[in-house]
Each structure stands twice: as C-alpha cells, then as structure tokens.
Ligand binder design. Structure first.
Ligand SMILES: Cc1ncc(COP(=O)(O)O)c(C=O)c1O
Ligand SMILES: [Zn+2]
Length: 414
C-alpha cells in the first residue's frame, strides 16, 4: 500500500511528479510531504498505542516510507515524559512535564528526523548522505547512515574544534573541513556538493526527514492518555520541531483522535532569535539575523530559511508564543533541570525550561496548566558549559579532619 500521496508545494500549491527533488520546480520552496492517512480508524490508534514497538515506528502509517524493510532504527522515540514535581514546585507549575529526549540514541532530537530521513534514503536507493553541521545533526546523520550501510559526509567550517566532530567520526563519517563561514561559504559549497555528487541532503531542506519530529505529537497524546497539554515548549533553531509537531497534532485532530490542540512555544537564544523577532513584529516570513555567540550552541541559527516561516504560522495558529532567553537564563534553567529533575540537558535544550519559567513569571502560563518542555539534547554534548568552582576542585588531605572541614563548606558550593 502506497502511503506517500504526493509532494506538495506549500507556497504555490503545485504537486510535481514524485522524484528525488526536494524543491518546487515553479517557485523553489521546500516541498511538503503529503501522507495518505484518511483511511485510519480509531481501532488503528488503539493498535498503535498497544504496539510492542516503542520507537517512533509504532506510528509507521504517518511516515512517508512505503516499506518496513527499509526502516532504519536505532531505538529512537518513546522517550520518558516525566512529571517534574520538584522543578515544578520551584517554578510554581505543578503540572510541568519534561520530555526527555536526552536519552535518544545519539543524544539529541535529530534522531527522530534522521531515522525517517535515512529510511527514505535507503528506499530511494541513495548510497551517500551529507549534512553540514558541527554538532547534533552531524552525529545523528552519521549514526543512522552507519546503521543503514550508507556513507556519510559531514561538512564543517575551518576552526571547528575536534571535540565537536568526534561523535560523527566515531560513527564513521568522512569529515570535510571548509575554509570560510558556516552560513556563507560552507553553505554554498554544501548546496553545490549535493547537486554535483547527488548526495542525499539531510538538512531541513529534505521534506522526508522533516516528518520525523511529528512523533513528538503522537507520543505526547499517547503518554498523557489523550489529555492534550495546554502548552508545548520547544527549543527552536530551524523551526522543524514546531512545524512538525503542529502537523502531527493536526493529523490526529483531523482523524478525530483528539478534540483540541495545544499552544506551541518557540524558545530561542536571545543571541539568535529570528523567529521571535518575526513573531513579535507580526511578519509572515522570517528576516535573517546575524547569529551571535551563545551558550546555546546547538540552536545558534540566524537564517531558518527552509521552515522558519512555517514554524511562525504554526505558532500563530496555535495561539502560542515565541520567546528569547539570555545565556544567564539558559544556564540557570540548565542548573535547575539537573539539580531538581535529575536530567542533564545541554544549554540549547534547557531553553525550553527557561521559557516555561519566564512565561509563568509573566502569568502568560497559568499555574494549573499542563506544560511540556522538550529537552532536546544531552548535557554531555557540551560539558564545558558546566563550571566546577575552583574551591571544589582543590584537593583535601586524606584525613577525616580535612573532610569534616570540607563538608561544612558543601552547601556553599551550590
Ligand atoms: C539540542 C537541539 N534542540 C533543538 C534544536 C531545534 O531545531 P528545530 O527548530 O529545527 O526543531 C536543535 C537543532 O538545531 C538542537 O540541536
Ligand atoms: Zn511552488
């Protein structure tokens, strides 16, 4: 049974013949995948929820992959949704939930996208995949390519610290270091390489891989027993998460499987917040900004060219919000999430908790509302963000007396 109905242009509405091209031939917009779901019944939802498969593939019928034999999985999805009692008490939000995506196979949300993206690459017969990234995307594409038996090529700008590419290298990716800046020279060469070598593009310009994050919506409905959260807060860079979550919730709504929709919030670093700016200015498109340095390295994106405008539309349609966080607010949220909820999130991921805190303080979020914060990447991705005080590192003599003195100081270390 064919699931993929068409690729459709969200701007001009044209439906070009199915090929391996990802852009509309008429207006160059990124095409959108249109999966046939209208035949699905409530009994299908029951069966999916009862499936022994705990990965995103329990929702197979919603993804643009025709053959289960092509599925490339490392066990992604089905991550814990935790009621964060202590953190919620501190933030005056008794119904605060954390969606712990730090436990995904390569430690970030990118696995949701790349499991679908690489499955499609296999189905379409590609042999080499590529991505330009210095972090989570590179690691994830490399891992899923390895599992699929495909070669992967990762492009990074000169000056990228070796520690940023070790994970991709460990999964066997070829790393190509390019002179110039990420947004200009590297991006241009990346585009040209996809064209020249016919490599499979794993950025958000690939409509198949963008479908993967719809799984957030399906999992939340499942895990909250079909109670719909009032708010879902997502750390936002390219806008894929917001766009895809909204699409996923809408699919369930169109099937009558849920009776209302959540409000979505995009949380960005103030140093790179083009979607927040566009939201506040009431624009329907996203004006690129220069992305300044920020502790939230993984979401330092100034030009969300492919899906920014679609994320913006989803935020508005949902009656949601977009909010920028300072590095200080992000680090505080990271600390609170670790010490009160037991989850070590990378700074980019902790923007969701920082946003929840800020929106609650402003009373935009009501005390009793059900709020989900997506924690999208593991803290070990960026261990240098955690500062261990000098005093704590100073060795003590191996005597009980010295230990007693040190124990007296422990509270001060917090
Ligand atoms: C840790 C982390 N969180 C969130 C994102 C958000 O990406 P998007 O807005 O495309 O969902 C990314 C990727 O760029 C990321 O690495
Ligand atoms: Zn078009």
């Amino acid at each position: 049974m064919g699931r993929l109905k068409s690729l459709r242009c969200p701007k001009c509405g044209s439906e070009p013949a199915l090929t391996t091209a990802f852009r509309c031939p008429a207006c160059k917009s990124i095409l959108e995948v249109n999966v046939e779901i209208s035949h699905l019944l409530r009994s299908d939802l029951r069966a999916m929820r009862q499936s022994r498969d705990s990965t995103i593939w329990r929702w197979f019928d919603f993804f643009p992959v025709e053959s289960r034999a092509c599925v490339v999985s490392l066990g992604e999805g089905g991550t814990p949704l935790l009621l964060a009692r202590r953190l919620g008490a501190r933030l005056d939000m008794p119904n605060l939930y954390l969606k712990n995506d730090t436990v995904l196979p390569t430690g970030s949300l990118k696995d949701r996208s790349n499991s679908v993206g690489l499955s499609k690459a296999k189905e379409l017969g590609f042999t080499t995949t590529t991505v330009m990234s210095t972090g989570n995307a590179a690691a994830s594409v490399a891992a899923y390519s390895a599992a699929a038996g495909l070669k992967s090529v990762v492009m990074v700008p000169a000056g990228t610290a070796p520690s940023k590419i070790v994970q991709a290298r460990a999964y066997g990716a070829a790393v190509i270091v390019v002179e110039g800046s990420f947004d200009d020279e590297v991006a241009q060469l990346y585009k040209a390489a996809v064209k020249e070598f016919g490599w499979y593009d794993c950025l958000s310009s690939n409509p198949y891989r963008d479908e993967g994050k719809k799984s957030y919506a399906y999992e939340l409905v499942d895990q909250l027993e079909k109670q719909i959260p009032d708010w879902v807060i997502h750390p936002t860079a390219g806008g894929t998460g917001i766009y895809a979550m909204w699409k996923g919730f809408r699919e369930f709504f169109s099937l009558g499987w849920i009776s209302r929709m959540p409000r979505l919030v995009a949380a960005q670093s103030a140093a790179a917040a083009p979607i927040v700016a566009a939201f506040e200015q009431g624009l329907t498109y996203v004006e690129p900004v220069v992305a300044h340095d920020t502790i939230a390295e993984s979401i330092q994106v100034g030009n969300p060219a492919s899906l920014g405008w679609r994320a913006l539309a989803a935020l508005r349609e949902s009656g949601g919000a977009a909010i920028a966080l300072s590095d200080e607010e992000i680090l505080e949220a990271q600390h609170l999430t670790g010490s009160l909820a037991g989850i070590f999130a990378e700074p980019a991921a902790a923007t969701s908790v920082a946003a929840a805190r800020k929106l609650r303080a402003r009373d935009v979020i009501g005390r009793e509302e059900v709020v989900v914060c997506n924690l999208t990447g593991h803290g070990l991705k960026q261990p240098e963000a955690i500062r261990v005080p000098e005093e704590e590192l100073r060795p003590i003599a191996p005597t009980l007396e010295a230990l007693r003195e040190q124990v007296k100081k422990i509270d001060k270390f917090d």
